[in-house]
Structures are given as structure tokens and as C-alpha cells.
Design a protein around this ligand. Structure first.
Ligand code: C5P
Length: 413
């Protein structure tokens, strides 16, 4: 998503560096706008380094305007976040002024706007500020109440800017709320209402003995994101989860399993009467042939140890080979040759669709795919390809469900 982050003058401006980092890490595009006051506290270069875009700070700079004029900039974002929002900016917004870039953008946009006011406690509780906030709220601005605590000025009270994490989550919540009101969401919800989806997610743990296991780095976040968005769209979702630390999305029926064999049993018990089966779990290919009942002891006279592994059932291939099977979607997490390997899997496992993504070490040293909040999937069927740009896993899930709805409508014609 595209976020215009406006920073106004206040000591809390430094916290917006972390907020920028969170947006970027979550796969969002960020354009920072700074007021003159903000630049008294932080250098624009810091925001440029984190967002990857030069900061916009002037209404009349010919170079800045030549790139993207202020009216275009007002149309560009999916959401505007003003953090910190000073008492002065609140007053100007309430009056509808247009005497700098930020106030002009706010007047010229119809996008949702989130304000995170931050100021001295007396400035915040002042009747003038409170009245400004009340009027802005009435006009549809979302105002995040400041937190209480120690202030930079040495006083204690209400007026601190909420933590970047909180502003980040509030922004995502708002983006979702607005996405849900638009026509595309409503159409998609009409398609998924009442459809049944079975999803596997997370890793499997294969026991060696009662305390040790063979596992993998899957966090389950992708499968859980699909489950959550599908449930929000009105689908009946059954989620079979390997060992992960994630809360169950609202209205989702969750079954916890540990090993591939347990996951297989759960899938066998539920795959019938489903419209779609999405196999997002990173299922272990092998398990220990004979897990022992007691904790294995080191053998003092031996420097090595051999574990015999046997093949696990291929769950997704099994579902794809059943008569009256649901529409079967697999995942292909690869460290190299992503598309070629994914296509090979699509054919070999007789899947209807596969979602390919690159995992492992990126060139910049970051871990791709696993345990990240963002992802970049390529959706592949036997005659279609769609490479999604990197974005938050919840947005990848939404795009996947949209692609899937087109595919299912197409195949049922
Ligand atoms: O062969 P590979 O493990 O890379 O295939 C990935 C796809 O197969 C994923 O959708 C995964 O959930 C599924 N799979 C499975 N059972 C296995 C191994 C993989 O369902 N034993």
C-alpha cells in the first residue's frame, strides 16, 4: 500500500523514523512529507534513507513539483498518516488553511487521514486543541489519542505520541476498513460468501525422541493471513496448523497438529466438501523411522550418530489425486530456479494452481519469505501467471483470493 507519512514539528518526530521502517518492512511504499517545524528536529536525509524516496517539503520547489505535482501527490497514497501532529497543524487543518505542502495536500485529497497528535499535556488539554480535535473527528479524520506518561518537557501527563508499533497497526486497520468499503472488496465477498476453504499452515515437527524434533523455519504467517482474509470475505475456513505461535483469526475453525502424519490425518478427515484446498504448510518430506520413547543418551564411545528417515506422505499430491477433489493450491518455496521448479511441481503433483516464492538469503543478507511480514508470490496455473509485487502477507492473501476467484469462475463456466 502507498502511505504518505507527514511529519510535523515536535520532539516525537524521531519516533517517525521507526514508523517509516515498520511500513517499509511491512512491504508498503512510503512518501515522507515534512513541515518546516519537523526539519528543526530531524534531517530529511534520515527519512530519505529509510523510505528510499526524497522527502517532499515544499509547495513551491520547481524540482519537487516537476517529479509529481502536489495535486498528483494528494491522489497518490492509499492513506495519509500525520505523526507527530502538532497543535499548530491541528489548528491549521481545522481552519482549512493551505499555506504549506502538508495543509494543501490535506485539502486536496479524498484519502483517509490518521492523525497522531503529540504535544505538551497542557497544550493537549487546552480547550482550543480539544475543540480542533472534535471538529476534525467529526469531519472524518481518525485521531489517535495521545498516550500518557513522561514528557520531553519534564512534565507527566497526556500528550505523548503513541508508540510507532501502535500507529503502524492502527494504519493497517484503517487501510483494511477502507478497502472493505470499496466495490472490489464487496464483489470478492459476494464470490467467497459461503464457500469452504481448507488451509494447512506452518511447519511440521518430526519427533526424534520425546524432547527433540526435526523442524523447519516456517512461521505459518502466510497460511494464517490467507485464513484471516478468506474468513473476512465470508468463506467457511478450516485451518490445520502446525506448531506456530499465532493467534487464531476470527471465525476460523483451527485444528492444531504437530507432525506430517497428524496433518495428513486431519486433511483426510476434512478435505471432502471443500471448494478449495490451500496447502501453505511446509510439510517435512521425511520423518524419523523409529522415534524412541525415552530421551536419547550420548554414547560416550561414539562421535557420530545416524538417524534413519522415511518418507512422509505428500499431502497435497494425495488430495490432488482424489476423485471429487477440491480446487487444489500448492506452495513452492524455493531458494533458486523458482518458476521452473514451481511449474514442475504443478504438473508432477497434479495441482490446479501453485504459489511460488523465493526463500532463503537475499542479496542484502535479509531472510526472504520465512517469518517475514511481507512476501512476493507468483501465482501460476497451467495457462496463467501473475507476479505480485512485494507487499504485506495480508495483501498477498487478498490478491491470491482474487486470482483464485477468477480462476474458479472461469473453470466453472
Ligand atoms: O515438494 P515440496 O515440499 O516443495 O512441495 C511444496 C508443496 O507441497 C506445498 O504446497 C506443501 O504444503 C506440499 N507438501 C505436502 N506434503 C508433503 C510435502 C509437501 O502437502 N509431504
Amino acid at each position: 500500500m502507498k502511505i504518505l507519512l507527514a511529519v510535523t514539528g515536535g520532539i516525537a518526530a524521531y519516533k517517525s523514523l521507526e514508523l517509516t521502517r515498520l511500513f517499509i518492512k511491512g512491504g508498503h511504499e512510503v512518501q515522507v512529507v515534512m513541515t518546516a517545524g519537523a526539519k528543526e528536529f530531524i534531517q530529511p536525509l534520515s527519512f530519505q534513507a529509510l523510505s528510499g524516496k526524497p522527502v517532499r517539503d515544499s509547495l513551491f520547489d520547481q524540482n519537487q513539483e516537476a517529479g509529481m505535482g502536489h495535486i498528483e501527490l494528494a491522489r497518490w497514497p492509499d492513506m495519509i498518516v500525520i505523526a507527530p501532529c502538532s497543535a499548530e497543524t491541528l489548528a491549521k487543518l481545522r481552519m482549512g488553511r493551505a499555506d504549506d505542502l502538508l495543509t494543501t495536500l490535506v485539502l486536496a485529497t479524498d484519502k483517509p487521514i490518521l492523525l497522531a497528535p503529540a504535544m505538551n499535556r497542557l497544550m493537549w488539554s487546552n480547550a482550543a486543541t480539544q475543540e480542533n480535535v472534535a471538529v476534525l473527528t467529526q469531519r472524518g479524520f481518525e485521531v489517535l489519542a495521545p498516550a500518557s506518561g513522561e514528557q520531553a518537557c519534564g512534565e507527566v501527563g497526556e500528550g505523548r505520541m503513541p508508540e510507532p508499533q501502535d500507529i503502524f497497526h492502527k494504519t493497517l486497520e484503517n487501510l483494511e476498513k477502507h478497502a472493505k468499503n470499496n466495490q472490489a472488496w464487496l464483489n470478492l465477498a459476494a464470490f467467497w460468501a459461503g464457500k469452504s476453504i481448507l488451509i494447512t499452515a506452518g511447519p511440521t515437527f518430526e519427533a526424534i525422541d520425546p524432547v527433540r524434533f526435526i523442524g523447519n523455519r516456517s512461521s505459518g504467517k502466510m497460511g494464517f493471513a490467507i485464513a484471516q482474509v478468506a474468513a473476512e470475505l465470508g468463506a467457511k475456513v478450516t485451518l490445520i496448523a502446525g506448531p506456530v505461535h499465532l493467534p487464531t483469526p476470527k471465525s476460523v475453525m483451527r485444528l492444531d497438529v504437530e507432525s506430517a502424519e497428524q496433518m495428513f490425518n486431519a486433511v483426510q478427515a476434512h478435505y471432502q466438501k471443500q471448494d478449495v484446498f490451500i496447502s501453505a504448510a511446509a510439510v517435512a518430506d521425511f520423518r524419523v523411522a523409529l522415534p524412541v520413547q525415552q530421551k536419547l543418551k550420548k554414547q560416550p564411545d561414539s562421535d557420530s550418530m545416524t538417524l534413519e528417515l522415511v518418507k512422509n506422505p505428500d499431502i497435497v499430491a494425495w488430495v490432488a489425486s482424489q476423485e471429487n477433489k477440491p480446487f487444489v493450491v500448492g506452495f513452492a518455496a524455493e531458494t533458486q530456479n523458482v518458476l521452473a521448479y514451481a511449474q514442475d511441481k504443478l504438473v508432477r503433483k497434479n495441482l490446479d494452481m501453485i504459489c511460488a516464492n523465493k526463500v532463503g538469503q537475499a542479496d542484502n543478507g535479509q531472510l526472504l519469505g520465512f517469518n517475514q511480514d511481507s512476501n512476493a508470490l507468483t501465482l501460476i496455473t497451467k495457462d496463467r501467471h501473475l507476479a505480485l509485487p512485494e507487499s504485506a502477507k495480508s495483501l498477498q492473501a487478498l490478491a491470491l483470493l482474487e486470482f483464485l476467484s477468477e480462476q474458479l469462475s472461469f473453470e466453472s463456466v
